[in-house]
Write a protein that binds this ligand. Structure first.
Ligand code: ARG
Ligand code: GLU
Length: 722
């Protein structure tokens, strides 16, 4: 009996620790303490201090947060930055017109003078990271309410801000980790003059589009290039034609040797958000309630937008980025549910929780503080469920219909006029007008009206009426299911969908215009919808969320106390992290196993002439036919993408994949279909990140686009010939 017990415990420990070798998004400053040994055992040939070091240039000095939503890396001494095509897409789209369609044709600057500035785009370097938990949590006690606690922390952080050592051109911020059990300070340097240098045509940069998105095998050259410019003094500066290319502290060397199965890789970047420490009822809710609801709403929205994009080239350009964004999460959530099912995510959590509870119950000291944690959380999530569902409906429907977005922007302006007077209003006007005219460039009233018709129907029919405004409901019902008529009535009488009327109205007599705005039918409708949402949902949701946050924080601490053998990494929160794992294929499902590399041959296998997802540019076909790969091919073939077991998430797009020596070997851009649930419950058997091989990137730049001037800036190396 005892033997069996010991064996069982051993199995559990293996389950919780060893099997998780590839899991984790680690803080760079803790690598030496927590990970270096394991990284070396997986094949890493450099040390933790080559990755993160505040006293000398280290790899971290070549990594940037790209615009706050993606990652980029510096690959030349002249500030050249590499990121994904889908990360640079907004910039590419903004410079595109029907005549100069850079989305379709690609863009290549021939000299620095042709590189294109992008208002609003920035890159941020991390200068230094510090654990400031003690200062942040000073005076905080467990008897405090959530709001008391927060105001004590805010006070501490304000105090801390005044003492941070940094240069005048640097910034700093503090963020909570492990659900607020720890705090870290980041000193940063942000550059705001970031210019577009080059991008392949979408047929390469987004080859396979939505059909191939989130899946393997993949054949996408998902990259674009930018350059950081700075003042003549080398410091951050706003855009100016006099700015000069930035000289980085460190730029990445690029390996031409590729990777083989089993090779060590690491991904360095800014993962956005994960929730790895939820209890089983919360995971169950995501799978059963939230993901399915959001999927079914987005399905409708995508159907509408796709219908218009296919028959109208102008709308296709206008809605390209929006469509890709909506589709991306839509597809990810489906993979997430599937992967959680397939790996029994809830069951695994339950096993873990049983062990946790057993250990807690066995120790009176723990039992007193942690004894009812899991059951309390379970009860709270149950209460949370209907409100969370309604929140999803509101965000996905009211938040998607863009006439309501116009409301939000104009309302800000109107409120300034009403609260702060005409002078403040005039001051705010130019920026607001700028934002609105940018918005209208990517807006079609016809598409929006159809979205209203289709989504409002769902909004009314799917939801418990008790969450909806009675007046709104009566009005909606009065159309007897004819939502086209409902839409027509709103859009025919509202001015918000007419860019010319709004923009000239603001120019002519802004005061009168704002008065008219208040009685616009779309405004009235929005007020009803938002009013009911705020009073019946938001208040309760916030109240429950704050209780959940508190318990999740305790649960996090409890796990760290009780599950001592487990190494914990903090959930992603858009701060700099390192993930590492070996190159390997995976078994997707019964009888289906994937290898880890794809080649240009696979692009040609998928080629469908004229297709909007799988067309292949003629030049690329010719290069393929002639096997004209220059120094970038390997054994007569052109490698395209590969996978490895790095734990990544949204925000890691554009992150460098580095080899054992820290050389750039790939560019992270996606995860495999079965493994997108790694945001909630990583499973080493099917979680893989997808990278484009750096040799394919160079091949496209050099051989396809002829932008050899860019390759000349880079440092190419052959680590295998060492
Ligand atoms: N799935 C990847 C990510 O989450 C790529 C998205 C862009 N590509 C696309 N076809 N929408 O960002
Ligand atoms: N494509 C994602 C991004 O934009 C990265 C892939 C992922 O979510 O893992 O950040």
């Amino acid at each position: 009996m005892k033997k069996i017990k010991i064996l069982f415990t051993a199995i559990l420990i293996v389950l919780f620790t060893a099997a998780r070798a590839d899991e984790g998004m680690w803080l760079p400053l803790l690598l030496e303490k927590l990970n270096e040994k394991q990284m070396k055992s997986l094949g890493m040939k450099i040390s933790a201090s080559d990755i993160y070091n505040i006293n000398k240039g280290s790899l971290k000095d070549a990594i940037v947060s790209f615009g706050g939503f993606c990652t980029g890396e510096v690959i030349s001494s002249q500030g050249l930055v590499l990121t994904n095509h889908h990360c640079g897409f907004d910039a590419i789209q903004n410079h595109s017109t029907l005549e100069h369609n850079y989305i379709r044709d690609g863009f290549w600057s021939r000299n620095n003078g042709e590189e294109l500035p992008n208002a609003g785009l920035f890159v941020t370097f991390i200068v230094r990271i510090e654990d400031v938990s003690t200062q942040a949590l000073a005076g905080v006690s467990s008897s405090m309410s959530e709001s008391e606690r927060q105001s004590q922390i805010d006070k501490n952080l304000n105090q801390l801000k005044t003492t941070v050592k940094k240069e005048s051109y640097q910034d700093s911020f503090v963020r909570g980790f492990f659900e607020g059990n720890q705090y870290y300070l980041f000193v940063t340097e942000t550059y705001k003059d970031v210019r577009l240098v080059g991008a392949p045509p979408s047929a390469i940069g987004n080859f396979g589009k939505d059909t191939d998105n989130w899946s393997w095998p993949r054949h996408t050259g998902d990259f674009s290039m930018f350059r950081i410019y700075c003042g003549k003094d080398g410091k951050p500066a706003d855009y100016s034609p006099d700015n000069v290319p930035f000289t980085p502290k460190k730029s990445l060397s690029i390996s031409l040797d590729g990777v083989k199965e089993g090779d060590f890789t690491m991904v360095f970047g800014f993962p956005g958000r994960t929730t790895e420490y939820l209890p089983s009822p919360a995971v169950d809710q995501i799978m059963r309630v939230n993901d399915p609801a959001k999927i079914s709403i987005r399905d409708k929205a995508l159907g509408v937008i796709d219908g218009f994009m296919r028959k109208d080239e102008q709308i296709k350009i206008q809605y390209a980025a929006k469509y890709a964004g909506i589709q991306n999460a839509f597809k990810k959530w489906q993979g997430e549910v599937l992967g959680l099912n397939r790996t029994d995510g809830v069951g695994k959590k339950k096993t873990y929780e049983t062990e946790f509870q057993k250990r807690v119950d066995a120790d009176p000291k723990w039992k007193a503080v942690y004894g009812s944690l899991l059951s309390d959380l379970s009860a709270l999530y149950k209460e949370f469920e209907p409100y969370a569902l309604h929140r999803d409906y509101f965000n996905e429907i009211v938040g998607r219909i863009e006439i309501f977005g116009v409301y939000t922007q104009l309302n800000k302006l109107a409120t300034i006029r009403e609260k702060n007077g005409p002078e403040a209003f005039q001051k705010a006007l130019p920026a607001a007008k700028g934002a609105l005219s940018d918005f209208y460039k990517e807006y079609s009233p016809v598409v929006d009206r159809k979205l209203f018709e289709v989504l409002m129907k769902k909004f009314v029919e799917d939801q418990d009426p008790k969450f909806l405004d009675a007046g709104f409901l009566a009005k909606a019902k009065s159309y007897n299911g004819d939502y086209a008529k409902f839409a027509a009535e709103i859009y025919d009488s509202s001015a918000l969908d007419e860019s010319a009327r709004i923009l000239t109205g603001l120019d002519k007599d802004a005061d009168l215009f704002i008065q008219l705005f208040r009685v616009d039918p779309a405004v009235k409708l929005y007020t009803q919808l938002a009013g009911a949402f705020n009073s019946t949902v938001v208040k309760k949701l916030n109240e429950l969320q704050s209780k959940i946050n508190q318990l999740q924080r305790t649960y996090m601490q409890a796990q760290m106390d009780v599950m001592k053998e487990r190494k914990f990494y903090p959930d992603a929160n858009s701060t700099l992290r390192v993930a590492y794992g070996n190159v390997k294929g995976y078994k997707a499902r019964d009888a289906v196993e994937y290898t880890y590399y794809t080649y240009l041959d696979g692009v040609m296998e998928k080629y469908k002439p004229g297709d909007y997802e799988f067309d292949v540019p003629e030049k690329l076909r010719t290069l393929y036919a002639n096997k004209d790969y220059g120094q970038y091919g390997a054994a007569g073939k052109m490698p395209v993408c590969f996978i490895a077991a790095n734990h990544t998430t949204g925000g890691n797009s554009g992150s460098p994949a580095l080899d054992a020596y820290g050389n750039l070997v790939g560019l992270n851009f996606d995860r495999v279909w079965e493994g997108t649930m790694s945001d909630i419950n990583y499973d080493p058997s099917i979680c893989r990140n997808i990278m484009v091989d750096i040799r394919y990137v160079l091949f496209i730049i050099d051989k396809y686009a002829g932008a050899t001037r860019l390759v000349k800036e880079m440092k190419l190396v052959h680590p295998r010939k060492k």
